[in-house]
Write a protein that binds this ligand. Structure first.
Ligand code: NAP
Length: 329
């Protein structure tokens, strides 16, 4: 199935292009390549600092006859703007940069919040390098403002990212417009079974970020945050994945993406390589059998498989809305 119906009534393509960590000139080309290869779903966020470049590519494509209603653009309210009074400001900035008059899916990027610095485009940092926590943020009031943006027509669908089950439940119980999408880390080593079951029972479609286990994140965490972790698995080179790839004459990335798709999860692999962009969406012409699905399901390491603990934001675990406290030793 190439798209799924969200509870908001809109169709969401099951494969999208991820854009985190791509330099603006790189992502401008990548989005153009993706559109040429049939992608219609692009995932970005205000704090990826690449919405301008994506906007240029989208504008070009639309000016050359592309239809806006075919596109599905996701962006996110940044953690340093996670306050009801700031939702509209960041949303307007995203619309302006993306050169769009509505966003298809707007997500609250994180449940926790930081204060922002004077630029409005980065979190405040204390003298000891820790992040300035905003302890007054209230996800339900932020959600209420997201609902207003739907009513104003600036956003078609709204959802959450990096919220845990209890946090989603709180939004759910207080929402007039229910969240229709949850974007979380999800790959063969971190399969989020319980969260997926919760979402299925609430008609919330799940999007997998880092579906290939984010091979580039290790260097990024080290260079940007001076944060190192040994939790960087090489899923693309795993023997079980390689064996299945050989049997289907596909790449290991295609097997990992197909596995998630068959588990009813949307995937947003990031690539800046034209060849890999083309390969990553070419996953609709084969099917993994039940033994192969069982072998891939068995790779799950549960909480141990999580890469994005967000502990590279120094001090984040002290925020009361830090979502993974249960997993801390
Ligand atoms: N909501 C959140 O908090 C959050 C957090 C993280 C990510 N995300 C979203 O999810 C997207 C995907 O996650 P991600 O970027 O962390 O990780 P990913 O998609 O799992 O992996 C991307 C990395 O894999 C490489 N790659 C891509 N296709 C490949 C292939 N076919 N074979 C081998 N290597 C391949 C890419 O390098 P090349 O570019 O060189 O191909 C890049 O280094 C992000 O870009 C972003 O849009 C959201």
């Amino acid at each position: 199935m190439k798209s799924v119906k969200l509870s908001s009534g809109y169709d969401m393509p099951t494969v999208g292009l991820g854009t985190w960590q791509a330099k603006p000139e790189e992502i401008e080309r990548a989005v153009a390549t993706a559109l040429e290869n049939g992608y219609r779903h692009i995932d970005t966020a205000f704090n990826y600092n690449n919405e301008d470049a994506i906007g240029k590519s989208l504008e070009l494509w639309l000016n050359n006859g592309g239809k806006r209603e075919e596109l599905f653009i996701t962006t996110k309210l940044p953690h340093y703007g996670n306050r009801a009074a700031e939702v509209e400001k960041y949303l307007n900035w995203s619309l302006e940069k993306l050169k769009l008059d509505y966003i298809d899916l707007y997500l609250i990027h994180m449940p926790f919040a930081f204060l922002c610095d004077a630029s409005g485009c980065a979190p405040g940092i204390n003298d000891d390098g820790s992040y300035e926590l905003d302890l007054l943020t209230n996800p339900v009031s932020v959600w209420k403002q997201m609902e207003q943006e739907v009513k104003k027509g600036k956003v078609r669908s709204i959802g959450l990212s990096n919220f845990n089950e209890n946090q989603i439940d709180e939004i759910w119980n207080n929402a007039e417009i229910k969240p229709c999408n949850l974007q979380v880390e999800l790959h063969a080593y971190h399969q989020q079974k319980s969260l997926r079951n919760y979402c299925a029972s609430h008609n919330i479609v799940v999007t997998a970020y880092s579906p290939l286990a984010s091979p580039g994140a290790k260097i990024h965490f080290q260079t940007k945050y001076n944060y190192s972790s040994d939790k960087f698995p090489d899923l693309l080179g795993h023997p079980v994945v390689e064996k299945i790839a050989k049997a289907h004459e596909k790449t290991t990335a295609q097997i990992l993406l197909r596995h998630l798709l068959q588990n009813d999860v949307i995937v947003i692999p990031k690539s800046a390589s034209p060849q890999r962009i083309a390969l990553n969406i070419n996953i609709y012409d084969f099917e993994l059998n039940s033994d192969e699905m069982a072998d891939l399901n068995a790779l799950d390491r549960g909480a141990e498989g999580r890469i994005f603990t967000f502990l590279f934001f120094k001090g984040v675990e002290r925020h009361p809305l830090y979502p993974f406290r249960d997993e801390l030793q």
